[in-house]
Design a protein around this ligand. Structure first.
Ligand SMILES: C[S@@+](CC[C@H](N)C(=O)[O-])C[C@H]1O[C@@H](n2cnc3c(N)ncnc32)[C@H](O)[C@@H]1O
Length: 267
């Protein structure tokens, strides 16, 4: 702990570390575990939700790097390095894949080295920045150095938009980011919802009480916010576990998952 940068306040919970705790990672502190446990007590599906979301992220990247031929990824709200980071999944399929990671948590920055383990043919970069200033992300020299904006890019906003309440004008943020991408680019997004299980409200309450704004959205609000004007790929906006599942086994229920996801293409 003595090696942590001073701006990391371990006495306050943070979404990246609570999520890391929920999906079985190692980078969290007592304050994160306490709030996460409160959420899981009220919403027992919370752990399933995080794991299913992470699996969705992996399937979406595999599809994009494979069938869709995408070689560039802008992953905002990266989270703490864990298994199946975007560059690992993409470079398994296409070693020349390039990834720019962005997060606003200083702890993610402290662990960013683990995200910079690119294959020799590809490249990765990490930017400490906030989604609320999309222009700063787009103009960052690391973004411009690693990504070629004349070629398609996959923008990843996975389990991020529920931290952007309407008062922050997320539609404008999305318009700025998507406006910078060339035709043939993609958006991957997922979002927690209270539509199938009222207990999910515990997530919103606990986060807000911990000083992190959060907002649940239903399927149509999320779809309108994230994917308006884009071509949604089949099967559309669905519980993340139902987005092109790669196992034959039974899927968790929409109430357990309580997270919608989708992938869309910009024409
Ligand atoms: C639930 S985690 C998702 C991690 C990863 N995208 C995934 O789906 O597995 C959300 C991440 O978004 C980051 N985050 C939240 N608000 C943010 C903001 N305004 N700007 C940048 N990152 C943000 C948090 O620090 C956290 O790492």
């Amino acid at each position: 702990m003595s090696e942590l940068p001073p701006e990391i306040d371990t006495s306050r919970p943070h979404p990246a570390r609570m999520y890391d705790y929920g999906i079985g990672g190692k980078n969290h502190f007592a304050a994160d575990r306490e709030v996460a446990e409160k959420i899981f007590t009220a919403w027992p599906g919370g752990r399933t939700s995080g794991r299913e979301n992470r699996a969705f992220l992996g399937r979406a990247v595999r599809y994009l790097a494979g069938e869709a031929g995408i070689r560039q990824f802008l992953d905002i709200g990266t989270g703490l390095p864990t298994t199946n980071n975007v560059h690992e999944v993409a470079q398994q399929v296409a070693p020349s894949s390039r990834v720019v990671y962005v997060d606003n948590d200083p702890l993610v920055l402290a662990h960013a080295r683990a995200l910079l383990t690119s294959s020799p043919e590809g490249r990765t970069a990490y930017i400490h920045a906030d989604l609320r200033d999309p222009q700063a992300i787009l103009n960052d020299p690391a973004t411009r150095d690693v990504l070629d904006f004349s070629q398609p890019i996959a923008l990843m906003l996975v389990a991020l938009l529920h931290y952007v309440p309407d008062e922050w004008n997320p539609a404008e943020i999305l318009a700025t980011l998507l406006g910078a991408l060339p035709s043939g680019s993609y958006l991957v997004a997922s979002h927690i919802t209270g539509e199938h299980d009222p207990a999910v409200a515990a997530f919103e309450r606990a986060d807000r009480a911990a000083g992190t704004p959060a907002q649940l959205r239903d399927c149509s609000d999320f779809a309108r916010l994230a994917f308006a004007g884009l071509d949604l790929l089949p099967p559309g906006v669905v519980p993340v576990s139902e987005w092109r599942p790669d196992t034959a086994g039974p899927l968790p229920t929409p109430a357990e998952v309580s997270t919608y996801g989708g992938v869309a293409r910009k024409e």
